[in-house]
Design a protein around this ligand. Sequence first.
Ligand code: 5GP
Ligand code: ZN
Length: 114
Amino acid sequence: MEDCLFCRIARKEIPAKIVYEDEEILAFKDINPVAPVHLLFIPKKHISTFFDLEPGDELVIGRLHRAVVQVAREMGLEEQGFRLVANCQEGGGQLIFHLHYHLIAGRPLQWPPG
Ligand code: 5GP
Ligand code: ZN
């Protein structure tokens, strides 16, 4: 999508601190971190929300989860763990309408989230 912020980051038109990249997935540091570790994982393909997932997208979503685990392991988070959050639609707190997961770690995390 032309104007989508995360598509533009995926196309390297807007800089981001990239921590992981493969053909289908990109992970980068959130510009406004809410914890010592706050990364965003996106499919490079534009998918606005979970409601826009199409047949075949399960592969990219599965790969995204594998990328999360790889990065978390490389960052030494296997023991302390992390939180993986995906906000869906405005009511779910979604501001950027390109599907993404927040990986948050490095401080005690409360439950339930706000
Ligand atoms: P959402 O509320 O849609 O789940 O989360 C969007 C996230 O994108 C927010 O945590 C926000 O800080 C982050 N964000 C917004 N604009 C940018 C940007 O230009 N670069 C990066 N790296 N993160 C951004
Ligand atoms: Zn997009």
